[in-house]
Design a protein around this ligand. Structure first.
Ligand SMILES: NC(=O)c1ccc[n+]([C@@H]2O[C@H](COP(=O)([O-])OP(=O)(O)OC[C@H]3O[C@@H](n4cnc5c(N)ncnc54)[C@H](OP(=O)(O)O)[C@@H]3O)[C@@H](O)[C@H]2O)c1
Length: 236
């Protein structure tokens, strides 16, 4: 039996990933910073709910204790994320408007939150026979993609969100080297219709969750330290 925790699973890509992994036979913990919404989603999916705010040390510690008491963890999907610079489908905080506060809040969730969760759950993953971590990144994390003139990613004017996801990619590579017995990869779901972009994305959550679900199910012979979308490896 595979036990999986997905952060930010009360809606969007995290919800769809939870739905698919339950269908694949995983025991799924739906992480949600709103305990009641998490509970409702878990009930609907046949999953377990765990209150989890990734910016809060005590919340993350309590979630790790709950999951440990429930029998441990095999797969961690670091999905929770924010994109504060986007409003009404438009990037309103560009380089000219960016403050250290916006940068800090973005990193607090997307980067420090990911590390906080990794730190708390690595001991549990270390006891799994086949530990897997999926870090939900973005194509906007890629320096190669973002500097390719004429592409939508090149035209994206925000700074905080792409920089935070570039940090997620580096975290992925360094943890993958540090824990060679774990499969630790970063994934780009593609531009998906969710609250993150005020539903301006062009893909459905079913399409977006595809690579997250796939990388959550890699076996011990699967890739590690990689960066993938549904079509294959992406350039860093
Ligand atoms: N949609 C896209 O086009 C796209 C593209 C590339 C990458 N991504 C990435 O995919 C991931 C999922 O995003 P989404 O598109 O599904 O967006 P979404 O629908 O807005 O979902 C984001 C989830 O993260 C949760 N969250 C935010 N801050 C949190 C915190 N401090 N603690 C715990 N949970 C927190 C949200 O909880 P609340 O409901 O409580 O706010 C929500 O469950 C993100 O990492 C995002 O960067 C999305």
């Amino acid at each position: 039996m595979t036990t999986t925790l997905i952060t930010g699973a009360n809606k969007g890509l995290g919800f769809e990933t939870a739905r698919r992994l339950v269908a694949a036979g995983h025991t799924v913990y739906v992480g949600s910073r709103d305990a009641e919404r998490g509970r409702r989603v878990a009930e609907r999916l046949g999953a377990r709910a765990v209150p989890l705010d990734i910016t809060d040390d005590a919340s993350v510690r309590a979630a790790a204790e709950t999951v440990e008491a429930g029998g441990g963890l095999d797969v961690l999907v670091n999905n929770a994320g924010i994109q504060e610079e986007m409003r009404d489908g438009t990037v309103v905080i560009r380089a000219a408007e960016l403050t250290a506060d916006v940068m800090h809040r973005t990193f607090e969730t997307n980067v420090f939150g990911t590390v906080r969760v990794l730190h708390a759950f690595l001991p549990l993953l270390g006891r799994s026979a086949a530990p897997v971590v999926v870090n939900v990144s973005s194509a906007l994390a890629s320096l190669t993609v973002v500097t390719a003139a004429g592409t939508p990613a090149y035209a994206y004017p925000g700074v905080a969100y792409p920089a935070s996801k570039t940090a997620v990619n580096m975290i992925t590579v360094q943890y993958a080297k540090a824990f060679p017995n774990m499969r630790i990869n970063a994934v780009e779901p593609g531009f998906t219709m969710t609250d993150l972009n005020q539903n301006t994305g062009v893909q459905t959550v079913e399409q977006g969750a595809e690579i997250i679900v796939r990388m959550a199910q890699v076996g011990p012979d699967g890739p590690t330290g990689g960066y993938f979308d549904a079509e294959g490896p992406l350039p860093w």
